[in-house]
Design a protein around this ligand. Sequence first.
Ligand SMILES: [Zn+2]
Ligand SMILES: [Zn+2]
Length: 137
Amino acid sequence: MKDILKNNNLKITQGRLEVLNLLNNSEIPLSVEEIYNNISRKSCKSLTTAYRIINQLESADIVRKVLQKDGISYYEMSLTSHKHYIICSICGTVLPIDHCPIEPLEEKVEKETGYIITGHIIELNGICPNCRKEKDI
Ligand SMILES: [Zn+2]
Ligand SMILES: [Zn+2]
């Protein structure tokens, strides 16, 4: 983690390290508030500091915004492989989906339009098994 910061000319601070370790160990993307609640107050005193850390890491392309839910942004490490997520629209549980159905389409679109495609965002919404059971859907 220290090397990641060093390679991006960011000073190594305890706060940045804790944020990176947390995101690196998380299966799912986290919001700034979730990040703030899971790191020590010693290295990150306020939510504002947490937002600042995330913004710096995002500008350096170390973390990226992967999804948006109820107006809240969720972040993951940029190094993790390209993934999509499905979100339960009732309880908000997020699950990663391992394969990307869009990559073959990108090639086709690039050929047809002459664009270079630099990325895409797909977000799947659904109702999770727990909520289905509970609501009998
Ligand atoms: Zn659910
Ligand atoms: Zn994809």
